[in-house]
Design a protein around this ligand. Structure first.
Ligand SMILES: Nc1nc2c(ncn2[C@@H]2O[C@H](COP(=O)(O)OP(=O)(O)O)[C@@H](O)[C@H]2O)c(=O)[nH]1
Ligand SMILES: [Mg+2]
Length: 376
């Protein structure tokens, strides 16, 4: 950039650097897709072509950014996991999120014209996306983050499938909403089966589970201080690696443990569990933690509980408690008989660990949840 006397204005620019040594998750979400789906008459509850457009755009973005290890999406959203040592845009947040938002928007519009040529996009309502980046310090949080998104997909899809079956059978949207008010997931499954002969379990996996793209790559070192040559070699390996498309359960540990990059994630989890156990014992010596600790700022569950029954157990406890938006079910109250809640102290008793410093910034209250079978 040429120098001039006006250059001082650059000093007003603010930079936000994403925390080093953390996993970055970038989530993109379609803006106003409720309206957009009406404008282009999406099929209800799921428009398979619109989903294909979204998936094609996400895959293309993943190909363009080799640091993305995993992507998960449904409806109008996608989450991308960037490896811990990612140095894309020197981890500058604004560069990263604006690039993700604009790139997914471009690809989405490109694939729309390929996949849905009979419904050309009108300038009055073009699809656009926003994006946000969140840093997670360890792999256990990453697993819970993606579990959270898949549970959300599952809950929404069950609601939408039941809702539109009721509407298609002659109920008004208001009547359908009222009928679903206060229902449990098991009630919705029963309505589907008894009234419409639909066994929810037989619904397409892509609708129930969303779509996962995994970069099947293994690499040993995950540090930011690789030599230039090592970094180049890693980038080449990431670029050349295959990307697989799945519609599978990502709540079960099995999904994570069968990934080639699991070794890297696992090392992370082990060191984190150790930190947390020492902290728990120091805080309450009588509280013997034998189970795995789950920490999630948004939505938590004990892994032990979720593993065998997978999303099923979540669904049983999700209750629709109010009216409202049709597609994303209004307000969902999720009640858990597990895990047990145990609040750990904040601020003054916080340990020195750099990991925990990231997990517990002073302005945010996190809850620690233990799934300990002996305490049920
Ligand atoms: N009919 C239909 N609508 C969809 C489909 N996928 C996404 N949508 C719409 O897009 C919305 C996405 O949710 P959200 O991001 O919360 O709403 P937004 O703020 O309007 O984008 C859903 O609530 C639906 O209205 C689909 O396959 N079929
Ligand atoms: Mg949206």
């Amino acid at each position: 950039m040429a120098k001039s006397r006006y250059e001082y204005v650059k000093k007003f620019e603010q930079e936000s650097i994403l925390l080093p040594e953390t996993y970055i998750v970038v989530r993109v979400d379609g803006r106003g897709f409720h309206k957009l789906s009406e404008r282009y008459e999406f099929e209800k509850p799921n428009d398979s072509r619109a989903l294909e457009v979204m998936n094609s755009a996400a895959l293309q973005l993943m190909k363009a950014m080799p640091d993305i290890l995993l992507a998960y999406g449904d409806s109008d959203e996608y989450s991308f996991l960037l490896r811990k040592g990612c140095e894309l845009f020197e981890r500058r947040e604004f560069k990263l999120v604006s690039t993700f938002a604009s790139t997914i928007t471009s690809y989405y519009q490109f694939y729309w014209s390929q996949i849905i040529p009979d419904k050309p996009l009108g300038v009055d309502r073009l699809p656009t996306f926003d994006a946000r980046a969140v840093c997670y310090p360890n792999a256990e949080l990453i697993k819970d983050y993606f579990r959270w998104r898949q549970v959300d997909c599952h809950i929404n899809n069950l609601y939408n499938t039941t809702f539109w079956s009721l509407v298609k059978s002659g109920l008004t949207t208001q009547e359908a909403e009222n009928k679903l008010l206060g229902t449990l997931s098991s009630d919705k499954q029963e309505i589907l089966f008894k009234e419409f002969g639909i066994n929810y379990n037989n619904e397409p996996e892509i609708y129930k589970k969303g779509t996962v793209f995994v970069r099947e790559v293994d690499f040993e070192a995950e540090t930011t201080d690789l030599s230039k040559r090592q970094a180049q070699r890693l980038q080449k390996k990431l670029t050349k690696s295959e990307i697989h498309k799945l519609h599978c359960d990502i709540i079960k540990d099995e999904f994570w443990e069968t990934r080639p990059f699991w070794g890297i994630l696992k090392a992370d989890i082990l060191s984190f569990s150790h930190e947390i156990n020492s902290l728990a014992e120091a805080d309450a010596p009588s509280f013997k933690t034998t189970a795995q600790l789950i920490v999630c700022p948004y939505f938590s569950s004990g892994t032990a509980y979720a593993t065998d029954s997978s999303t099923h157990s979540w669904l049983l406890n999700a209750v629709s408690i109010s009216k409202g938006e049709i597609f994303s079910p209004p307000l969902l109250m999720t009640s858990f008989n597990l895990p047990l809640r145990h609040n750990l102290p904040l601020s003054s008793n916080m340990p020195k660990s750099p990991v925990l410093k990231y997990v517990l910034p002073s302005w945010l209250k996190y809850e620690f949840l233990f799934a300990d079978s002996s305490l049920r």
